[in-house]
Design a protein around this ligand. Structure first.
Ligand code: FAD
Ligand code: UQ1
Length: 438
């Protein structure tokens, strides 16, 4: 109950899953050469890189949450293959030593005066600013949520408060419909809404209940996945495992007391369809961070308006962006953050020397599409929606080795590589592995 209360509070205040802090230990010093907003994947990776570049005493990161989560593992937590505890570490342990952690929430960004105001009224000025505020989840945009999560049979891998509810619902499934949704907004990790469907299918087969289940994926999109090569593979899987896919279906209401989910048909406005469920997995609508949306840094839609090659802000040259909060036209993932962190490091190095940024971000992003408890299709692609694969094998195929990469190797790369500012994505390995190949 308390957790759900917090979920409601967080969504209305726009702090995502973060816990609110009313006190800050911001020191009397309120100016930093490099100020980083947000201590998630991008914010911590850039804090580590900036510490190396200019010394810890010149860098501060503003982040209200006591805990830092490795969100990609929540797909496996929702399916009972990992514990939620394994996904979190304290923020104190991931902020690079010596870098100032301002434990509060940014309320206002004023790039014309180079200042930021926090929720406890502190004004911090900066010479350079990196914005890494992530995106916001909007469960409340679906009628009946988030309070519907108080009922069983419903879960969501997208929030730490609801991810274990997915596993509960899966274990308690008896017969009927298992329904999975994909919202009518941009999302982070666009594969995650269907990964949990494949894991559900696998779990029900393993436990002998698959014949009693209709597995239904209702997506707002007109496609199963945005990149043709991987979509083709996924359609094959969907057909061979008897999974029902309904395109252009958008979840608008959950009647959790009756175990009913209401979808609208986006191709026929006004037409709605009610699905009874014995298990429902919700991927919430998502949108830009409201602090950015309310600032001069936003584009028309509210995302941070950055140059898609250099990650420098289009109008404020001392402001930079990384990750889910930006309007970079690629899929929002931690893999993209990794590649962006290397480019941004280089851009800032050049800007500090009054040189022109030279390294260009190609839109690299990756989505390990978990298709069972021991297989993954490793999608990797760029701005042109073209596969940009690391390994010289066909990654459109389901592979066991890629599952181990996702489940066992990637968390280490995240905690000890990306967050330490040492992992800038697989580009160097891709080049090495493709030596001599066209
Ligand atoms: P985040 O890591 O979300 O960090 C944003 C930070 O900003 C948060 O710590 C937040 O507390 C803070 N913040 C927000 N508002 C304020 C404020 N006002 N003031 C101060 N701080 C604030 N990616 C992959 O690469 N591979 C995957 O397999 C994968 N699977 C995923 C599965 C799921 C279920 C989910 C939820 C995500 C998955 N992702 C995956 C996506 C990945 O986790 C994100 O894209 C990545 O974490 C984005 O990093 P970020 O720094 O932009 O945002
Ligand atoms: C990656 O770099 C990354 O960031 C740390 C992820 O986030 C968890 C990923 O899921 C993937 C797939 C990559 C890309 C890495 C390789 C080795 C292909």
């Amino acid at each position: 109950m308390a957790a759900l209360q917090r979920l409601k509070q967080c969504h209305s205040t726009g702090i995502g899953i973060a816990r609110l802090h009313t006190s800050s230990r911001a020191s009397a010093r309120e100016h930093y050469k490099m100020l980083v907003l947000g201590g998630g994947s991008g914010g911590i990776a850039m804090s580590a890189r900036m510490k190396r570049k200019m010394g810890a005493e010149n860098v501060a990161v503003v982040e209200p949450s006591e805990m830092h989560y490795y969100q990609p593992i929540w797909t496996l937590v929702g399916a009972g293959a990992k514990s939620v505890a394994s996904s979190g570490r304290t923020t104190a342990s991931v902020v690079p030593s010596g870098v100032k952690w301002v434990k509060s929430s940014v309320q206002e960004i004023n790039p014309d005066t180079n200042t930021v105001r926090t929720d406890n009224g502190i004004e911090i000025s900066y010479e350079y600013l990196i914005v890494a505020l992530g995106l916001q989840l909007h469960y409340e945009k679906i009628k009946g949520l988030p309070e519907g999560f108080e009922h069983p049979k419903i879960g969501s891998n997208y929030s730490v408060q609801t991810v274990e509810k997915t596993w509960n619902a899966l274990q308690n499934f008896r017969e009927g419909n298992a329904v999975f949704s994909f919202p009518n907004t941009p999302v982070k990790c666009a594969g995650a809404p269907q990964k949990i469907m494949y894991l559900t299918d696998a779990f029900l087969r393993k436990t002998g209940r698959r014949t009693k289940a209709n597995i239904i994926y209702n997506t707002s999109l007109p496609v199963l996945f945005g990149i043709k090569k991987y979509a083709d593979s996924l359609w094959e899987i969907v057909k061979s495992r008897d999974l029902q896919v309904n395109l252009r279906h958008n979840l608008i209401e959950v009647r959790a007391d009756k175990q009913e989910a209401v979808f609208e048909n986006l191709d026929n406005p006004g037409e709605t369809k009610v699905f009874e469920y014995d298990m429902l997995h919700v991927t919430p609508p998502m949108g830009p961070n409201l602090v950015i949306k309310g600032s001069p840094l936003a584009d028309e839609a509210g995302w941070l308006d950055v140059n898609k090659e250099t990650l420098q802000h289009k109008r404020y040259p001392n402001v930079f962006g990384i990750g889910d909060c930006t309007n970079l036209p690629t899929a929002k993932t931690a893999a993209a953050v990794a590649a962006q962190s290397a480019v941004l490091h280089r851009t800032i190095t050049k800007v500090l020397k009054n040189d022109k940024p030279d390294k260009k971000y190609d839109g690299y992003t990756s989505c390990p599409l978990v298709t069972s408890y021991n297989t993954v299709i490793l999608a990797e692609f760029d701005y042109n929606a073209q596969p940009l694969e690391t390994f010289p094998i066909d990654q459109g195929k389901e592979r066991r080795i890629m599952y181990h990469m996702k489940a066992d190797l990637m968390p280490h790369i995240y905690w000890h590589g990306l967050l330490k500012g040492l992992w800038g994505g697989p580009e160097p390995y891709r080049k090495l592995l493709h030596l001599g190949m066209k």
